[in-house]
Design a protein around this ligand. Structure first.
Ligand code: FMN
Length: 321
């Protein structure tokens, strides 16, 4: 197994995963400077009609700040960053956003909801590496056939649109035929869990929800606090809010007047990324989170959490050695 050169010198084998609304330049820059890949969904960068294009501005800021960091810290360079593209037919911005990412030579591209060869070709045209996220082995094969370089195995317990399979089952089937780079997603929140992901066959851990409770995350204080106060039993898996099954904080559903244990189902035809989101306005106070958040008890700078992961990872390695 060998990682692409841009991912082979990370301080920790971790990608800070893209999160709708929550991930923006502040969080990405903090993650990259602390030595893990930072990422954001392109659709998070939005502008009103007539305003300059936000995605362009965000990419300029991220690139310039990381370049400055690298010049000042040649022995401790920043990790590369990634942009997430929702490759769903309802994403009306896709073509424009791809063109902007090509212009900025984005180093790592994360694609979700439908693998498309032309997206991979756009990334490869500027030396970019593409990871596609999948929830089962069939989608994994399709993604690689269509030209993705690596996979993100989204297992049960992940925040956002999670899968249903055990990470052991999912990784074991993928590793039966694929020896390229694989990141594992779902409820990873400690250094010990990062090591476990690698032992189970992943190269990298893909971590989202814990970063909601960081100072740099674009989330309401109440959302950050709910992450700190909740554990796996406080998460419910439902299709109601976007048409695709995902994991959500039960308390945010109660606060919206619904019973999280009695939710109806919705079908995938209700997914719509035309307005930059698949979430109707009525659901804007329903908050996503994965099952790993029991490990999180305070809101901190992203770097403090990443430093802790680093210490825990080293301790877990020596405990098992
Ligand atoms: C609030 C929230 C929003 C998310 N939005 C996106 C998104 O826009 N695009 C995407 O590819 N994944 C999205 N995800 C999924 C994450 O990228 C990742 O798979 C997940 O957070 C990993 O599981 P964890 O949260 O248990 O660490 C989201 C997750 C959360 C919690």
């Amino acid at each position: 197994m060998s990682l692409p050169p841009i991912l082979s010198r990370l301080r920790l084998p971790v990608i800070g995963s893209p999160m709708f609304i929550v991930s923006g330049p502040d969080l990405v820059i903090a993650q990259c400077k602390a030595g893990i890949v930072g990422s954001f969904p392109a659709l998070n960068a939005r502008e009103k009609d007539g305003e300059p294009i936000q995605l362009d501005a965000w990419l300029t800021r991220i690139t310039e700040e990381l370049d400055r960091h690298n010049q000042a810290n040649p022995d401790n360079p920043a990790a590369p960053f990634a942009v997430n593209q929702i490759v769903h037919r309802s994403n009306a911005r896709l073509e424009r956003d791809l063109e902007i990412c090509v212009r900025h030579k984005v180093p790592l591209w994360i694609t979700s909801l439908g693998a498309r060869p032309e997206v991979n070709e756009a990334a490869h045209s500027v030396g970019g590496v593409v990871f596609h996220d999948i929830i089962n082995n069939t989608f994994a094969r399709k993604a690689i056939e269509k030209g993705a370089d690596g996979l993100i195995a989204v297992a049960a317990g992940a925040g956002g649109h999670a899968g249903m399979q055990s990470p052991f089952a999912l990784l074991q089937e993928i590793r039966g035929w694929f020896d390229g780079p694989v990141a594992l997603s779902g409820a990873i929140a400690t250094g010990r869990a990062i090591l476990a992901a690698r032992a189970a066959g992943a190269d990298l851990a893909y971590i989202g929800s814990p970063f909601i409770a960081t100072e740099e995350a674009n989330a309401q204080p109440e959302y950050k606090q709910m992450i700190c106060d909740s554990g796996a039993e406080d998460i419910v898996y439902s299709s109601l809010f976007t048409g695709v099954h995902g994991n959500y904080l039960k308390q945010s559903i109660r606060n919206s007047g619904l019973d999280p244990d009695q939710l109806e189902h919705a079908d995938a035809s209700s997914m719509n990324f035309g307005q930059g989101s698949s979430k109707p306005k009525a659901w804007s106070s329903i908050w996503g989170a994965g099952q790993g958040i029991g490990a999180i008890s305070e809101v901190r700078p992203a770097r403090a959490f990443i430093d802790q992961l680093g210490e825990e990872y080293a301790a877990a390695r020596s405990a098992l050695a």
